[in-house]
Design a protein around this ligand. Structure first.
Ligand code: F0G
Length: 457
């Protein structure tokens, strides 16, 4: 088997600015040990997110020039609408400026006190938008999904038995929505199987609970289904996506991920009455129904990106490149989430830094060390992001303490990734020197974005 190469050539480049370890140490201190406070120019390899950071294709840039900026009924909207309809099979398509705007609209209509939104795992902004309405977000991830270093093919699956129990306990009428996140971002970018979606869909239908897909990374998930699930090897990713969406009543999507767009998102659904409510709210908060917070040119970029992501040469390269980094780390003994996910590599900080308890945010400490060692920016997905306080103000830690290195699409080359592996392995060798952190300032919701921390001792 020959090397799987990047299925593109580079036409336009951006410089990376180099700084020294000593300079980065000072930058991190000034940023209160929170990488969100660091200027992008001070980062060498930015793996903070794969969201909005993709390199667009020359076709997408050409589409940008063709964007029609009419307030109502722009042809760019109709091209966007048709593409979303073709992929999802959903007739009603509502553009939003990004994923969380779609969530905000949907949950404002369906949410409220005493309601439960059930999921395999909700992403942080998704959960926050649910909780903002007074409702609760409930994660029912399968058991294997909670064991970072134990491999299994579909660790993003929902625990359907737990879902049945939850319905019996709380009553279906208190569950306005079930959301399946594909791939499961907060749980390691792990895929959900078609069988699992089918079972969840049947349970939802029996109980009259609508099912939505959080579709940010649907193509990556469908590629895993093609590779790992019986009966799908001979199908195209487009056919698999079509089947996946056919089990759902709607979807929310951030086009900043699998659609390669720098901004954008949408809601798509089957139900006319719900769509009418969503569109009314859209007009107040985002914009008219045929642009929804986006420029016509963005709609073009999304429409083209949604077609490009279904290219299986691209998906093969994409998933292999994540596997490549994961394997290098495993070979060096670094504890990582296994198997490799779709868009990111996740380091298991709990396993790597047993001397730092959850209350001292081991994954945040590790993320800081990666920055100082090699200028790599990652993100903590652990108790800083998901921890809560009990009534005595003691931390209820997150289930896992992970550092996510999200790989922007079509941006970094293999030598960048080799460098990333070298930096992680260096930090791993010196892991015993890492110190825990304490929070000195935090916001009541989504605190990880703005929190200020300092080292303990
Ligand atoms: N759902 C999932 C699964 C996500 O990963 C994100 C964003 C959203 C919804 C919200 O979309 O950013 O367009 O408003 N995830 C980014 C990340 C921010 O870094 O993983 P958005």
């Amino acid at each position: 088997m020959k090397t799987i190469i990047e299925p593109f050539r580079i036409k336009s480049v951006e410089p990376i600015y180099f700084n020294t370890k000593e300079e980065r140490q000072i930058i991190l201190e000034k940023a209160f040990f929170n990488l969100f406070h660091i200027d992008a120019k001070d980062v060498l390899i930015d793996l903070l997110t794969d969201s909005g950071t993709s390199a667009m294709s020359s076709n997408q840039w050409a589409g940008i020039m063709q964007g029609d900026e009419s307030y109502a009924g722009s042809p760019s909207f109709f091209r966007f609408e048709k593409t979303v309809q073709e992929i999802t099979g959903m007739p009603l398509v509502i553009p939003t400026h990004q994923g969380r705007a779609a969530e905000k609209i949907l949950f404002s209509i369906l949410g409220g006190k005493g309601k439960y939104f059930v999921s395999n795992t909700l992403f942080d902004t998704t959960r926050a938008n649910i909780e903002f309405t007074g409702a609760q977000g409930i994660d029912l991830l399968c058991a294997e999904g909670k064991l970072p270093t134990v491999p299994a093919p579909f660790k993003g699956n929902m625990d359907t038995e737990a879902f049945k129990k939850f319905i019996a306990e709380k009553g279906a009428s208190n569950i306005p929505l079930c959301i399946i996140t594909v791939t499961n971002n907060s749980g390691g970018g792990q895929p959900v199987s078609m069988q699992n979606i089918k079972t969840v869909s049947a349970l939802c239908k029996e109980n009259n609970i609508p099912l939505f897909i959080d579709a940010c990374r649907f193509a990556e998930n469908c590629w895993f289904i093609k590779q790992r699930e019986k009966g799908y090897a001979g199908k195209t990713v487009k056919e698999i996506a079509h089947e996946l969406f056919s089990y759902a009543d709607g979807c929310t999507m951030s086009a900043k991920k699998d659609a390669f767009a720098n901004i954008g998102g949408f809601l798509a659904m089957q139900d006319e009455a719900l769509a009418l409510q969503c569109r009314n709210l859209l007009i107040i908060t985002e914009g008219f129904t045929t642009y929804g917070g986006l420029a016509g040119r963005d709609l073009e970029a999304i429409a083209i990106g949604l077609q490009e992501v279904l290219d299986e040469n691209y998906l093969q390269y994409r998933i292999k490149s994540i596997e490549y980094l994961t394997k290098k780390l495993i070979d060096a003994g670094v504890p990582v989430m296994q198997p490799a996910g779709g868009h990111a590599v996740y380091l298991d900080a709990k396993e790597m830094l047993p001397h730092i308890p959850s209350e001292q945010y081991p994954a945040q400490s590790l993320a800081g060390a990666l920055y100082v060692e090699g200028g790599i920016r990652s993100v903590e997905i652990g108790s800083l992001m998901f921890g809560k306080y009990n009534q005595n103000k003691n931390l209820i830690p997150a289930q896992m303490e992970l550092v996510r290195l999200a790989i922007p699409r079509r941006v970094y080359t293999q030598s960048h990734i080799d460098y990333v592996a070298e930096v992680i392995i260096e930090v791993y060798k010196n892991r015993k020197q890492l110190k825990g952190l304490q929070i000195i300032e935090e916001a009541p919701v989504l605190r990880h974005f703005t929190a200020k921390l300092k080292p303990i001792g």
